[in-house]
Design a protein around this ligand. Structure first.
Ligand code: FCB
Length: 454
């Protein structure tokens, strides 16, 4: 590693430089940024309708109107030197009404988006499934959805495979299974263990089938990965039952997704519950050994045993000293911990941090900028943690900040602002935040820079 002097380190400190091929990106998803215009009815539309609105009184009718406004967003990102955009394709836009041939106008939206990224020197990193299911396709309790998702993946691969080099199949199947099928927070808002186990296995299987379809369809040399939200799990205290709960959550949240992907099958703690769902050949299909692993990381999980709850576990007390954003705890060391664990346990895979970011109570724009020093300080600490993992040998290949712009944070609505770019909800005007400038400096130096003094 070269030690260089730079204006960002006036004291002459060594810069925490990443490897030269490190990819600097931002991430977003269709269901959180696109409007409903021109797409079919989805599982998240159904949840909005069932609840009337999300926690902040909003719905997903317009979001950030990304499918029309992406040129503005991309121009700001390109100016900042952002190299890659992880976005998602809306399955309900590609197949709005049923299986079979795609809706040409829907696919054309992504055709244009991909071209617009490439024209600006930004590499497109599409995620095929970032939680929005067309209503006709049902949900993950039903094994038939697996082939439906793989068929949709193949359609997109045929349309974009000539230009898209990097593919991400699923986003956070663990969040979908546990928040959507056990905790009733996300679509389809179910709360029973059987549904959650079915959602675990059927997403893994859908992913295996989609990998097979993509590998058969895409030109050679394309790289296919998938993304899981990985979190070190801690018991809230030393009690044996809470330690057991932590081991169970680690199995359900982390291992039930990553172990079978690398051919290790389901972890013993959950294998029995999953066994009735697993048919001959499933585990072979699931063991795709992706070209890279996407890891989303925000913070650790703290748990305790809770016999009355679905799955017998509940959120536990986190240590009092932890700082928090408007949404999550700030735990940069957990990022390095999880990266090292993946490196050691799964044969040193190539890893991208496909999301990390901070929801903050930002002030409104003033003189064309949003002052978000708190976000910069957190980001600097997470980048340093990522760098320390790379320095310890982890094959960390890139990092995507969540999110490009403020957007619709699922059940929380617009209340949680994660963006490097501020979005005015009434006018849809975009204003860069100070953090976009900090991120641009990091990209320019390919380094985890110190946060500038407040
Ligand atoms: C992740 C999701 C993403 C966003 C961030 C804050 O779990 O993948 O869509 O909601 O959290």
């Amino acid at each position: 590693m070269t030690a260089i002097r730079d204006h960002a380190s006036p004291d002459g400190a060594t810069m925490a430089r990443f490897h030269p091929d490190f990819v600097w990106g931002v991430a977003a998803s269709a269901a959180q940024t696109e409007s409903r215009n021109g797409r079919g009815h989805s599982n998240w539309d159904a949840l909005c309708e069932a609840r009337g609105a999300m926690l902040d009184g909003s719905t997903n009718v317009l979001c950030t109107h990304f499918e029309e406004r992406y040129p503005t967003d991309l121009a700001l990102l390109a100016d900042a030197g952002v190299q890659a955009f992880r976005f998602s394709i809306a399955w309900p836009r590609v197949q709005p009404n049923g299986p079979g041939a795609a809706n040409a106008a829907g696919l054309a939206v992504y055709d244009r988006m991909v071209d617009a990224m490439l024209e600006r020197g930004i590499t497109p990193w599409p995620t095929l499934f970032h939680w929005d299911v067309p209503s006709w396709a049902g949900d993950f309790r039903d094994r038939d959805i697996c082939q439906r998702l793989a068929d949709y993946a193949e359609i997109v691969a045929r349309a974009l495979g000539d230009r898209v080099q990097q593919w991400i199949v699923l986003n956070e199947p663990n969040s979908v299974a546990l928040r959507g099928y056990a905790a009733q927070v996300h679509a389809p808002a179910l709360n029973n263990a059987e549904s959650a186990f079915a959602a675990i296995h059927h997403q893994n299987l859908a992913q295996g089938l989609a990998f097979r379809a993509l590998r058969a369809t895409l030109p050679s040399g394309r790289r296919i990965g998938t993304t899981v939200n990985l979190q070190p799990v801690r018991a809230e205290d030393d009690l044996a039952e809470n330690q057991a709960a932590a081991a169970m959550v680690d199995a359900l949240w982390n291992r039930a997704f990553v172990d079978p992907l690398y051919g290790k099958g389901y972890p013993a703690l959950v294998a029995e519950r999953l066994a009735p769902l697993v048919r001959d050949g499933d585990l072979e299909l699931i063991a795709v050994k992706p070209d890279f692993l996407g890891m989303n990381y925000y913070s650790r999980i703290y748990v305790r045993q809770a016999p009355g709850e679905v799955l017998g576990i509940a959120q536990g007390q986190a240590p009092q000293h932890l700082a928090s954003t408007a949404y999550f705890h700030v735990e940069p060391d957990g990022l390095a911990e999880m990266l090292l664990r993946l490196h050691e346990e799964y044969g040193a895979p190539e890893i991208y941090v496909t999301e990390t970011g901070f929801a903050m109570p930002d002030p409104p724009p003033h003189d064309g900028v949003v002052e978000d020093g708190g976000r910069i300080a957190h980001l600097a600490s997470y980048l340093k943690a990522a760098h320390s993992a790379q320095a310890q040998g982890v094959r960390l290949k890139g990092l995507f900040y969540w999110s490009a712009t403020d957007n619709w944070e699922w059940a929380q609505g617009f209340a949680k602002r994660f963006g490097l770019i501020h979005v005015d909800r009434d006018t849809q005007a975009r204003t860069p935040k100070r953090s976009l400038g900090y991120f641009a400096d990091c990209i320019r130096h390919n380094a985890a820079l110190d946060a500038p003094p407040p």
